[in-house]
Ligand binder design. Structure first.
Ligand code: GLC
Length: 537
């Protein structure tokens, strides 16, 4: 009995020591972080030169969006070689230096793995489209049209219009969930899995700590090619709205995830799988961890991050779901990434500290996006001719694309905000960089950057914040979001006033402030949008 208990407690300690549990993962969009050679495009050497900043911020890992060779139609999400670096970002040697220098600072590197599709310039696809009998034909999803000039069914690409592209060379259509330049791989062919897992091993062997899995719910489509249900109305591209039951989140995805998890488990050092999992609800999210917790360790929870209004009821309910519906697994919260408008613009600007607090003071792994910590805003192009993201061209003016959340990092108030010495960075540097920049906020203890740093430090050093349970309290009628972080010896209360009015709440026990956004906040009394974190004595 005693031996079993010992083994169990040892196991619990080992399990709780996994680095990614409660880590802070920082997403870098490499084109936009730091340019080291003056070509207007960020690169790996640039990222390495900023590691001290990231170390000081306190992050645990960097997720790099794709840096592989690519025609850059979708800025790297169209990969033409999975085992190399695009020359515009640097070399494999630069990558190794980045991994090494990051490790010295206790920071891990996560790669973005795009398994759903390749570039149409990938040698696999070039072969596949060369003839109907090519051995790689079946690596992609090729079908005959329904009738001359008609695609096989009504499926739509997420980036606009039919998901089927006619190929005149061989007289068939290929399927693409995203751009036509991103043909979907056929995951029903085992050779595809073998080739992709080889790429996965290539990077694990080079020391990456894991992957963010792009579009992972899209790997499989209905083999019978049944039409999607039409829902009525049109989307931003003018296409009919459709359901996604035939092309998204099919059960076969889980077989691939289990196999992939087995691959990464053969490597030492707690390698991790993060999933890009936009799902319909917590039940689907729960499945992503695997029935035996043998799939993704960290599927992204967008239920919390995309609430988009300061509504305490919605937060309390969804955070509770995240805590209770995933069988003790770790939720991964995220408010910002390279595909969605920055949170600063989706909420009231005064809410930036509240968003940071929900992200960093709950019991969740936190994923943040460069520039979030200084309050960068979305700078959407105002003219169609300035748009770089193709969906902004296809969907203009209803869909203006994602350039707005991908503008260069704002380091200081010098030319191009210190991002690049080029006369024309790949996207314009927002004029807000004069006042919203790292240098300025580093010098100001009251800045948003300082708030992020203090929260991140607290989540490491305070035992209740680091390891405590998370219990949401109901102050919905006041629109105040309150929760407790609790270990056997310590309780911390976090209270966020989500409203523009001062609020008073009833809390038991004596409170000792740990961190507050406004010196007038006492925990019981909260000025508009104030955050109070305090120990319950
Ligand atoms: C994911 C990426 C997005 C990309 C798409 C296609 O959603 O985050 O940026 O365009 O996949 O790869």
């Amino acid at each position: 009995m005693i031996r079993i208990a010992l083994v169990l407690s040892l196991f619990a300690r080992v399990a709780s020591a996994q680095w990614w549990q409660h880590a802070v993962v920082y997403e870098i969009y490499p084109r936009s972080f730091q340019d080291s050679n003056g070509d207007g495009i960020g690169d790996l050497k640039g990222i390495t030169s900023r590691l001290d900043y990231l170390h000081d911020l306190g992050i645990d890992a960097i997720w790099l969006t794709p840096i592989y060779p690519s025609p850059q139609v979708d800025f790297g999400y169209d990969i033409s070689n999975y085992e190399a670096i695009d020359p515009q970002y640097g070399t494999l040697a630069d990558f190794d230096t980045l991994v090494h220098e990051a490790r010295k600072r206790g920071i891990r590197i996560l790669m973005d793995m795009v398994m759903n599709h390749t570039s149409d310039q990938h040698p696999w696809f070039i072969e596949s489209r060369s003839s109907r009998t090519n051995p790689k034909r079946d690596w992609y999803v090729w079908r005959d049209g329904k009738a001359p000039g008609q695609p096989p069914n009504n499926w739509l690409a997420l980036f606009g219009h039919s998901a089927w592209q006619y190929d005149s060379g061989t007289g068939q259509y290929y399927y693409h969930k995203f751009y036509p330049q991103q043909p979907d791989l056929n995951w029903r062919n085992p050779a595809v899995e073998r080739a992709m897992f080889r790429a996965v091993r290539f990077w694990l062997d080079r020391g990456v700590a894991g992957f963010r899995l792009d579009a992972i719910t899209n790997l499989f489509e209905d083999p019978q090619l049944r039409d999607e249900r039409v829902l009525g109305g049109t989307n931003a591209y003018g296409d009919p709205n459709e359901d996604d039951a035939r092309t998204d989140n099919l059960p076969e995805v889980h077989d691939v995830l289990r196999s992939l998890r087995m691959v990464i488990n053969t490597y030492p050092g707690d390698r991790v799988l993060i999933g890009e999992t936009y799902l319909h609800g917590p039940e689907d999210l729960n499945k992503m961890y695997g029935r035996n917790n043998d799939e993704l360790q960290l599927p992204m929870d967008m239920q919390v991050g995309l609430i988009d209004t300061l509504d305490a009821t919605a937060y309390r309910r969804r955070i509770t779901e995240a805590e209770t519906m995933v069988r003790g697994n770790m939720p991964l919260f995220v408010f910002n990434n390279h595909d969605i408008h920055r949170s600063w613009d989706r909420y009231h600007p005064a809410a930036a500290r509240i968003v940071a607090t929900i992200l960093l003071a709950t019991r969740a792994t936190a994923q943040m996006y460069y520039g979030e910590e200084i309050g960068m805003t979305t700078t959407t192009p105002t003219r169609k001719e300035d748009v770089r993201d193709p969906i902004g061209v296809i969907g203009w003016p209803r869909e203006k694309g994602r350039d707005g959340e991908r503008t260069p990092m704002q380091w200081d108030a010098t030319a191009n905000a210190g991002f690049s010495t080029s006369a024309s960075p790949w996207l314009p540097v927002p004029s807000s960089s004069d006042s919203v920049n790292v240098a300025r906020e580093q010098a100001n203890p009251g800045s948003l950057l300082s708030w992020y740093k203090r929260l991140i430090a607290l989540r490491r050093t305070d035992p209740a914040m680091a390891r405590g349970d998370n219990a949401m309290l109901d102050y919905d009628s006041l629109n105040v979001l309150v929760w407790l972080r609790k270990t056997p010896g310590r309780t911390v209360v976090v209270a966020c006033n989500l409203s523009a009015q001062p609020k008073t709440i009833v809390l038991r026990g004596a409170l000792r402030p740990i961190l507050r956004s406004d010196s007038a906040a006492t925990g019981r009394s909260l000025p508009p949008y104030a955050v109070y974190i305090g120990a319950v004595e």
